[in-house]
Ligand binder design. Structure first.
Ligand code: NAD
Ligand code: TYD
Length: 358
């Protein structure tokens, strides 16, 4: 038994691969293009572990995906690979279409052909799990009820539009071609191994470096934050027991305004790593121009996955953010390698300039 994970060198994917091997011991084939967001240093603890086979390549490379499926014969595909940063999607949307839409299409096509080649018992067990976002539902007003599986799609950014397109493709491949799919739509994740372009690691690393903490607009935008290990547990649970063709909304029930999060992190840092000059980290907060089309509020009603699959987050925001902060404080080398770009050397050191597609 083995599973194929895409995007397993990214933030959630690497947490998932580490948790998966730890929790199940089942081998993983990890297909990742190693864009700027892919970091093999995150998987350093698996370097000599035969249960983790890393393959550098793109999901849009149909021949490579077909070859991997035929060679490794996975019982499931867990699809994390994506361009994931809203701000980057505003500056350069094309990569988002290539990976999130065309890439997902090619992966679905290859998975369908592979699925059809399986014998009856293998087909019964096969799953294609698509990891998506709550951003496909658009923005909520302050008094709106949280997003759920039946909320109409209304994506507002190039990122969320391409994720919405990929969700629709996954749904269509189930209805049209009978591929056994599952989709999760999760709220904002935070935790170890997150690239410091996203709010929480950006604030932690900038604070420690004495840099400004940029808050977009008035900072009153609200997100529903989920600790990454809780998301990984939800994905495992949906893979194990989710109903075919269904979508599951996953969230932390932790709505926080950005400015409150940043102040909270500053307070924790004041206690854990006081500034040398005795001043408060909150003094580094700087309000900057708002993101165009910035969604005001996201929130998830996770009742379905709770009722059907008995999933619930293990962490509160307070416990999760304390663990996250401790991880960043303890992993200075990982942070420095990302900041100075030397994390890219891991790729060359391990795979040369060429990609390994074994
Ligand atoms: P990330 O940007 O940290 O990682 C993405 C990974 O995909 C990287 O390792 C990158 O190298 C790889 N990748 C990119 N293009 C590829 C391609 N064409 N072929 C193969 N690999 C490719 O993203 P993340 O935050 O870990 O998010 C993972 C998934 O979860 C995404 O699908 C995202 O939409 C979804 N999601 C993220 C969040 C969040 O808060 N981060 C919340 C809900 C859902
Ligand atoms: P982000 O981590 O980029 O996730 P998403 O846009 O997918 O929700 O941003 C989280 C929130 O933080 C979002 O409302 C934008 C805001 N933000 C800032 O205020 N400053 C920043 O420097 C960043 C990166 C985000």
């Amino acid at each position: 038994m083995t599973i194929l994970v895409t995007g397993g060198a990214g933030f959630i994917g690497s947490n998932f691969v580490l948790d998966w091997i730890d929790a199940t011991g089942e081998p993983v084939v990890n297909l990742d293009k190693l864009t700027y967001a892919g970091n093999l240093a995150s998987l350093a603890s698996l370097k000599d572990d035969a249960r983790h086979r890393f393959v550098r390549g793109g999901i849009e490379d149909a021949a490579l995906v077909e070859q991997l499926l035929a060679t490794h014969r996975p019982r499931a595909v867990v699809h994390f690979a994506a361009e994931s940063h809203v701000d980057r999607s505003i500056r350069g949307p094309e990569e988002f279409l290539t990976t999130n839409v065309i890439g997902t299409f090619r992966l679905l096509t290859a998975a369908t052909a592979y699925f059809r080649s399986l014998d009856e018992a293998e087909r019964q067990g096969f799953r294609f799990l698509h990891v998506s976002t709550d951003e496909v539902y658009g923005a909520l007003g302050p008094d709106d009820t949280p997003f759920r599986e039946t909320t109409a799609y209304a994506p507002n950014s190039p990122y969320s539009a391409t994720k919405a397109a990929s969700d629709h493709l996954v749904r269509a491949w189930h209805h049209t071609y009978g591929l056994p799919v599952l989709t999760t739509n999760c709220s904002n994740n935070y935790g170890p191994l997150q690239f410091p372009e996203k709010l929480i690691p950006l604030v932690i690393t900038n604070a420690l470096a004495g840099k400004p903490l940029p808050i977009y607009g008035d900072g009153k935008q609200v997100r529903d934050w989920l600790y990454v290990a809780d998301h990984c547990a939800a994905v495992r649970r949906v893979l194990e027991a989710g109903r075919l063709g269904e979508t599951y909304a996953v969230g932390g029930g932790n709505e926080w305004a950005n400015i409150d999060i940043v102040r909270h992190i500053c307070g924790l840092l004041d206690a854990a790593r006081p500034r040398a000059d005795g001043r408060r980290y909150a003094e580094q907060i700087t309000f900057v121009t708002d993101r165009p089309g910035h969604d005001r509020r996201y929130a998830i009603d996770a009742k379905k996955i709770g009722d059907e699959l008995a999933w619930a987050p293990a962490e509160t925001f307070e416990t999760g953010i304390a663990k996250t902060l401790a991880w960043y404080l303890d992993h200075h080398e990982w942070v420095t390698a990302v900041q100075d770009g030397s994390y890219r050397d891991w790729i060359t050191a391990q795979y040369g300039d060429d990609h390994d597609a074994s």
